[in-house]
Design a protein around this ligand. Structure first.
Ligand code: COA
Length: 205
């Protein structure tokens, strides 16, 4: 399927040993995606409010598989599954979720599933970085449940988790073309602090 988004720039790359400019030893086509680092204060957060019939599921290690399955359901066909190949692949989502849960800064208080009577419909994970800032890892709402403020409420729930863990600031990264996500983040007080460019090795056509 042809994606409806476009990378900022696509080049033919030469092999390099500089891992900052491109994947090591890579020779092929590289696409560059613009990403924003955004940050928000955790003071004076409104309380999360879910519509009737929706409820929170707090973290326990037995939920790794459920989080991974939701990551896959939320991110496949989305721009970030091109930027991060693991998000477009079921096994990749399992590995990613296990890696997040093993991080030393992993915060169960900021890691939630969203559920309703028909099943699970959203996921978010939070990690405390070494500088004491809470990093949102992946926020996802299944396609059939979007546009009802559930994404904003789930993010708010994770932000409260950071607050309960004693953190004062939170940050995340988002692909610049992900306008829907950026609207959610701005609404909850996130402001852009940095622009990054991520090189992605694309399969040659
Ligand atoms: C980002 C995501 C979590 C938002 O979930 P959601 O439940 O739809 O979010 P909300 O209903 O709280 O808010 C959606 C916002 O996007 C806006 N929106 C809806 N469709 C849109 C579109 N096609 N383009 C731009 N904005 C759009 C809505 O108007 C709303 O903004 P507003 O409240 O300012 O009007 C969800 O779209 C998702 O899972 N996307 C795929 C995974 C992803 O990209 N996650 C973010 C990674 S950084």
């Amino acid at each position: 399927m042809t994606p409806h988004w476009q990378p900022l720039l696509t080049t033919d790359a030469r092999p390099t040993r500089d891992p900052l400019s491109q994947p090591q030893g890579f020779c092929g086509r590289l696409s560059y995606f613009k990403r924003f680092k955004m940050e928000a204060d955790l003071d004076r957060l409104p309380a999360p409010a879910l519509p009737e019939g929706f409820y929170w599921v707090s973290w326990c290690p037995g939920l790794i598989e459920a989080h991974a399955e939701l990551l896959y359901g939320c991110f496949q066909q989305e721009i970030d599954s091109w930027v991060f190949a693991s998000l477009g692949d079921r096994d990749g989502c399992r590995r990613l979720m296990s890696d997040i849960a093993r991080k030393s800064g992993f915060l169960p208080q900021a890691t939630w599933l969203l559920a309703c009577d028909s099943g699970l419909c959203g996921t978010v994970q939070g990690v405390r970085e070494r500088n004491g800032v809470g990093a949102i890892q992946n926020l996802g709402i299944l396609p059939g449940y979007r546009g009802r403020s559930l994404g904003a409420q789930l993010l708010l729930q994770a932000m409260h988790g950071f607050r309960q863990a004693g953190l004062r600031r939170t940050l995340l990264e988002v692909t610049a073309q992900n306008e829907r996500a950026i609207r959610v983040y701005r609404r909850l007080g996130f402001r852009r602090i940095k622009t990054l460019y991520k090189a992605v090795a694309m399969p040659l056509a």
